[in-house]
Design a protein around this ligand. Structure first.
Ligand SMILES: Cc1cc2nc3c(=O)[nH]c(=O)nc-3n(C[C@H](O)[C@H](O)[C@H](O)COP(=O)(O)O)c2cc1C
Length: 195
């Protein structure tokens, strides 16, 4: 087998967090969303628990999500802790997106691997999706703010007790230039070799 490493390197290095505020309003087709989801299936998974679960919101689904998370936040937050900026983002970001995908880990009922391994597998699936979207010119961000991981959001997403809502993917397009590659530390700063 022969793969194009240079092409993969370019996709990896150009994957960028692009926020819903930057989206143009152009819609991502369901066919393209399915291609993104399909790439999740090939992530590594110990004992093949394949713990990733996705809930896709578009159209009226986004309106329902925007209303739910903003109003629930208001309802459960003490007045002195209420942050109107946070509330506004929870209301506006879904409506600025073409689609949102709730990224969830569903715990293997037999608990045949430790929980952390199912979170790792779902995180790997998440990166596959991010890279596939990037290769297609789709602008994406994976964000954990707002109501992520709360028991209220878990209920909204119909998750079970031991499942975890990890965050949301926001999908859209931009009509401005693709953001520049962000600086990262060189490998020497985070690698030790024992030879
Ligand atoms: C697990 C995870 C959670 C994140 N949650 C947020 C978030 O809630 N808000 C935010 O602004 N960015 C969030 N980010 C995006 C990071 O800020 C972003 O990856 C970082 O700035 C590097 O930019 P890049 O993705 O374009 O390389 C999150 C990233 C990860 C990996």
């Amino acid at each position: 087998m022969k793969f194009d490493r240079e092409n993969l390197k370019a996709i990896i290095e150009n994957r960028r967090t692009i926020y819903p505020e930057q989206f143009s309003g152009k819609k991502v087709s369901q066919e393209d969303i399915k291609l993104i989801l399909d790439s999740a299936r090939f992530a590594p998974t110990h004992k093949s628990t394949q713990p990733w679960r996705f809930k896709v919101f578009s159209g009226k689904g986004l309106e329902a999500l925007a209303n739910f998370q903003s109003e629930k936040y208001k309802e459960i937050t003490a007045e002195e802790e209420f942050n109107s900026g946070k509330y506004d983002k929870m209301k506006s970001r879904p409506l600025r997106s073409s689609a949102m995908i709730a990224v969830c880990m569903t715990r293997d009922v037999k608990e045949s691997v430790p929980e952390i391994e199912e979170i790792i597998a779902t995180s790997a699936a998440l990166e596959n999706m991010f890279l596939t979207g990037t290769s297609m010119g789709i602008a994406m961000s994976f964000l954990t703010g707002g109501m992520t991981g709360t028991k209220e959001m878990k209920q909204f997403l119909n998750l079970r007790e031991k499942d975890i809502h990890l965050g949301f993917f926001y999908l859209g397009y931009i009509d401005t230039d693709w953001p520049k590659v962000k600086k990262r530390k060189p490998i020497d700063e985070f690698t030790e070799w024992s030879e």
